[in-house]
Design a protein around this ligand. Structure first.
Ligand code: PSU
Ligand code: MN
Length: 309
């Protein structure tokens, strides 16, 4: 077997930080390749790395380049990934084909979790997780499956209401994934602060998240802890307004006969068009917010070893 198919490339700095139990925050890259338009995608990727650094943690942006999993990207690699619009969307099933065909691609939450497991990263920031799609029996994101088997704290703004949110929470429960509200009592709906779905667990500090994760993993459970933070209040959009936009985007997806892994990117870009880019503004704002929270959590998880940058 080609040795490339099972290897990953990690920067010496990130590798040392993990070994020394210094705070590291993983960042996904499907948001760069498929979630955001050019040029905001590159700017956002750089902003998130900077915010993690300013929070005294080391950012580890994860992507697939020339078929190989990269943990930590050079700025030129980030630039290439962000400017190429024919990158693949790499989820759990795609590592093998990516290695064989030497694809470049952005890793989804599922694929980024796998890279976290390969390298030992414990904290990961993203925008929103994938979930159970509305009205579809089998379109269930593999994000939910990998959350069920990765000992990683994932910070997100919940999931978009393009998904069936109650069903998504049910699958998380089945998978043994605690969902913890960060300063919020409800599961956030990405663009909106509230979804009407109450959470059992709410915390207000990063230290409480670290405590929950340690206790969760002490049981031997191998699942993630999902930390959900609402979008910053100034950028939140009312659920009714978002709902109207989503209905239109879904109708367009049906008319355009979009299926499989193209569904999420299609809906996201249609929503930005329909909303006159106000969804884009909220998306950028919550991604940065989540990076800052993840850095706090990484520092709380490894309190003795604050990284000096
Ligand atoms: N939700 C968003 N923005 C995104 C995604 C989800 O609001 O960019 C991306 C994430 O990378 C997520 C993936 O892991 O889409 C889920 O895709 P699918 O539903 O095909 O599993
Ligand atoms: Mn899907």
């Amino acid at each position: 077997m080609d040795s490339q198919s099972n290897t990953f490339k990690i920067t010496p700095e990130i590798s040392a930080a993990i070994k020394n139990m210094n705070p590291v925050v993983a960042l996904e890259s499907t948001v760069i390749t498929h979630g955001l338009p050019v040029p905001q995608n590159l700017e956002l990727a750089r902003n998130m790395e900077q915010i993690v650094n300013e929070g005294n943690a080391l950012p580890a942006t994860i992507a697939v380049l020339d078929g190989q999993v990269h943990i930590g990207l050079e700025d030129a690699e980030l630039e290439n990934l962000a400017s190429s619009r024919d990158s693949h969307k790499i989820s759990a099933r795609d590592f093998g084909p990516a290695a064989a065909h030497r694809w470049n691609g952005g890793t989804t939450v599922a694929a980024t979790l796998i890279a976290c497991r390969m390298s030992g990263i414990r904290v990961f920031a993203t925008g929103g997780i994938g979930g159970v799609h509305r009205g579809s029996n089998f379109d269930v994101s593999s994000d939910l499956i990998e959350l069920g088997r990765s000992q990683v704290i994932v910070v997100c703004a919940g999931a978009k209401s393009i998904l069936d949110l109650p069903a998504t929470l049910e699958v998380l429960e089945t998978q043994g994934v605690p969902v913890v509200g960060f300063g919020v009592d409800e599961f956030p709906a990405f663009y909106s602060t509230s979804s009407g779905l109450r959470l059992e667990s709410r915390v207000d500090t990063a230290e409480e998240v670290a405590l929950i994760a340690k206790a969760h993993w002490k049981t031997g459970l191998k699942s993630a802890v999902l930390v959900v933070a609402p979008p910053p209040p100034a950028d939140a959009i009312s659920p009714q307004v978002v709902e109207a936009w989503i209905s239109r985007a879904e109708k367009d997806a049906r008319l355009a006969n979009v299926h499989g892994n193209a569904v999420t990117p299609f809906l996201l870009s249609r929503l930005a068009e329909i909303s006159g880019n106000s969804t884009l503004k909220t998306n950028l704002s919550l991604l940065k917010n989540n990076a800052a929270i993840a850095a706090q959590i990484a520092c709380a998880l490894f309190p003795e070893k604050k990284l000096v940058v």
